[in-house]
Design a protein around this ligand. Structure first.
Ligand code: AN7
Length: 416
């Protein structure tokens, strides 16, 4: 039977029970399946003929009533073979899984289509989240489609403008909290506890994680039934790396892939409690009280899913690394200019981390590597404009344009 289970003490909860933390020990929950039952269901299903998308994997999702599915056509994002960038780094096989191609421009859509569908099944009318931007954009869109009231709490002045515009146009009630993401999350956790009619859709919600695990499934399917040697993922609140790992382990358990990839998490240097844990080999996560980075999406000091993420990294033989804001900006530019893929700064941290780990000899040149880029570059145009060469302002005259392009002298030479 599909159920929810505490990752610490193993207590069980029903699949339709609204519960965010274990009532016995307070730890996170995850959805568990009977794999015999699942294998049987998959055998009879035509899922392999459905095109690449989150809902190709509906048999792997905890939704009973398919009429309740709320979808904007998420998933099915490109796995781009990046020969040129790989060559520059000395890597033989580099791929970028570009999650900016999702309907609201980030991987959060995978989680929200399943989370909001579950909310719909449970007859929820009010949804809420705290967010550094992308979660709020995605929740606002899916809530609009489902006809639910949506409230989002975002840190005041510290989210990228593209994301803010999305939450606003989709009609969410937007609260700008004078404080950071961690404080905003604290508030929504308390709100959901005190007002049970408000349904919480941060990544502590196990149904969100179920949707996001499809990222792992898709990568295997795009590589013709093989996992890569390594996955490099930006880490903020740590839901995504945990979800991707869950996807890989489920595929492995069902015999669809032979080996598991090394999970490699990248954090911004000013917001890196998980990377610190991995580097020091410690058992406890020490929150960063005042997290800082221009990659505002991952400006998170107390990642709620740290335990799941750290065990994914350790159990897979992976690692974690930190990258500076300058390294992030350089990687963002490099990916755009060498491969034509424009991602937001947080997403470029996976490329920056890859460069660092290849140079340090931690990632081998022969490894087949997939970097996940989590959000579209247009989410944060301000940062891209600041870090690029300025446009040249010219009069609407041929001579001025030729001069700006350095063409004038050539014409003169021809005339002579
Ligand atoms: C582009 O929107 O936490 O480690 O509130 O937007 O699963 O948190 C965003 C996170 C990476 C980190 N890349 O993922 C939010 C939020 C981008 C992101 C992450 C986020 P997690």
């Amino acid at each position: 039977m599909t159920h929810q289970e505490c990752i610490n003490c193993g207590s069980n909860y029903g699949i339709n029970e609204i519960v965010y933390f274990c009532k016995k020990c307070g730890d996170l929950l995850e959805v568990k399946y009977d794999f015999g039952e699942l294998a049987e269901k998959l055998e009879k299903s035509n899922w392999r003929n459905v095109s690449l998308s989150v809902w190709r994997y509906k048999d792997f999702m905890p939704i009973d009533d398919v009429s309740k599915i709320v979808s904007l056509n998420e998933g099915g994002t490109g796995l781009h073979s990046c020969h040129k960038l790989g060559k520059q780094l000395g890597l033989l096989q580099l791929y970028v899984k570009n999650e900016g191609e999702n309907p609201t421009g980030s991987f959060k859509d995978r989680g929200m289509t399943v989370g909001v569908s579950k909310a719909n099944e449970l007859n929820v009318k009010n949804v809420i989240c705290a967010s550094t931007g992308n979660t709020s954009a995605a929740l606002a869109a899916y809530a609009a489609k489902a006809g639910m009231q949506c409230t989002v709490l975002i840190p005041s002045g510290k989210i990228a403008f593209g994301k803010l515009s999305q939450a606003m146009i989709y009609g969410a009630k937007v609260l700008q909290v004078r404080g950071n993401f961690d404080q905003s999350l604290d508030m929504v956790l308390k709100l959901a506890e005190m007002h049970p009619s408000i349904y919480l859709l941060n990544s502590i919600n196990p149904f969100r994680v179920e949707g996001q695990k499809s990222l792992g499934f898709e990568i295997c399917d795009q590589l013709d039934g093989e996992a890569p040697d390594r996955i490099v993922v930006p880490v903020g609140n740590a839901g995504n790396i945990s979800a991707i790992w869950k996807g890989f382990t489920e595929y492995h358990r069902l015999g669809f892939i032979k080996k598991l990839p090394k999970m490699t998490g990248i954090q911004a240097a000013g917001s890196a409690p998980i990377a610190q844990m991995i580097k020091s080999g410690s058992k406890e996560m020490i929150p960063v009280v005042a997290p800082e980075t221009l990659a505002t999406a991952i400006r998170i000091g107390a990642p709620v899913s740290w335990k799941k993420a750290v065990s994914a990294i350790r159990n897979s033989g992976g690692t974690a690394e930190t990258v500076t804001d300058d390294e992030i900006l350089a990687a963002q530019k490099m990916l755009a200019r060498v491969e034509g893929i424009f991602v937001e700064p947080a997403s470029a941290s996976s490329i920056a981390g890859l460069i660092k780990l290849v140079n340090a000899g931690v990632i081998g040149k022969g490894e087949r590597v997939v970097c996940v880029t989590t959000g579209h570059g247009l989410k944060d145009p301000d940062t891209a404009i600041k870090s690029s060469e300025k446009p040249i302002e010219v009069d609407a005259e041929m001579s001025a344009i030729e001069e700006a392009l350095g063409l004038k002298r050539q014409v003169a030479i021809l005339e002579r």
